[in-house]
Design a protein around this ligand. Sequence first.
Ligand SMILES: NC(=O)c1ccc[n+]([C@@H]2O[C@H](COP(=O)([O-])OP(=O)(O)OC[C@H]3O[C@@H](n4cnc5c(N)ncnc54)[C@H](O)[C@@H]3O)[C@@H](O)[C@H]2O)c1
Length: 363
Amino acid sequence: MAAAARTVRMAPRLAGLGRPVIARSAPSVAQRAAFSVSAGRFKSEVIKETEVPVSVYSPDSKGTASSSSDHFTIPVKNNSRPLEPSPEEEDVVPLQDKVYNQLPRTLQKMSVHGKVIIITGGARGLGNHMARACAEAGAKAIVIFDANQDLGDESAAELHQKTGLPVSFFKVDVRDGHAIDAAVQNVVDLYGTPDVLVNSAGIADSNIKAETYDPAMFRRLIDINLTGSFLMSQSVGRAMMAAGKPGSIILVASMSGSIVNFPQEQSCYNASKAGVIQLGKSLAAEWAKYNIRVNCISPGYMDTALNKVPALDAQKKIWKQLTPQNRLGAVDDLNGLCVFLASDASGFMTGSNVIIDGGYTLY
Ligand SMILES: NC(=O)c1ccc[n+]([C@@H]2O[C@H](COP(=O)([O-])OP(=O)(O)OC[C@H]3O[C@@H](n4cnc5c(N)ncnc54)[C@H](O)[C@@H]3O)[C@@H](O)[C@H]2O)c1
């Protein structure tokens, strides 16, 4: 009743604007129900026009209704972009010799043209994407060392199929010095002495209080993250020295090697990465005389399987808030830096630890 009265009261005002107004009484409950059902149906039947037909009726210069009209259409922008492929699904386009030869000198230097590159932990995550980037930046051969047989095999086959480049997978645990030596020797036999080692294999434990940390777990993590980085560097470094070949070793450390993460407690991981950074500096100083450069990449929080643990979901929100860029790093966010450190463009750079963290360590 009140709604009906409101409609009637509005009528004179609208009539005053010279428009025909028909005052209607409020719909009954049954009418309202019928209306709401059909409104729902119409909602899902919205027709998405690619252009909107328009008819314009304008009064003539004296202000009286004119019989002429204007008809035209206006284009509609379709803002719903097609879904972009995930970084995993994207093509990997190797750098062709013909294209390389046409590049200006600066860009040639920034490539890894003709280089043999070993990447540990290359079966997935950051290592896998750095492997793809090296393939696109001109690598002669890509070699994946990883402890995961199935993933390693799959990713090597995929990279080879996408690029046509020689790609090999060696199932190697980075804690196993003898297996590493045998595999590195095999790489030398297959492709020649490696030019680059990217050490990305690593594990993380977090949310473990130091006072209750199981010493066996502590040793295991140090063994993989720190001793593994050393054994790989030692083996590849020896091969480079034996061949008298300059080389670049890239150790994936972490910002956790320089800061203490919040709010999760992870003393062992942080200590392991601090060790990797100091190992990198020490090797850089010792091996500069062999023309072997050693640098670290220290990522902030990255959106990889390593962090896709339900227990970390709530903490991820805090991590984002503490990162000026307000996001986690994408799985391919290290690619450019990796290629640069592997390339001759970074020839005067050794012993550096490059933090790449969306600004996290600024606060
Ligand atoms: N994801 C992050 O937020 C983040 C941040 C800073 C640093 N990092 C470091 O980056 C590196 C790569 O991390 P990710 O996120 O890609 O992890 P990931 O778990 O996706 O990939 C790690 C790879 O290393 C391999 N691996 C693990 N233990 C190994 C061993 N003993 N021997 C050989 N291979 C082994 C795994 O099979 C896997 O393929 C790690 O060293 C990690 O500590 C990661």
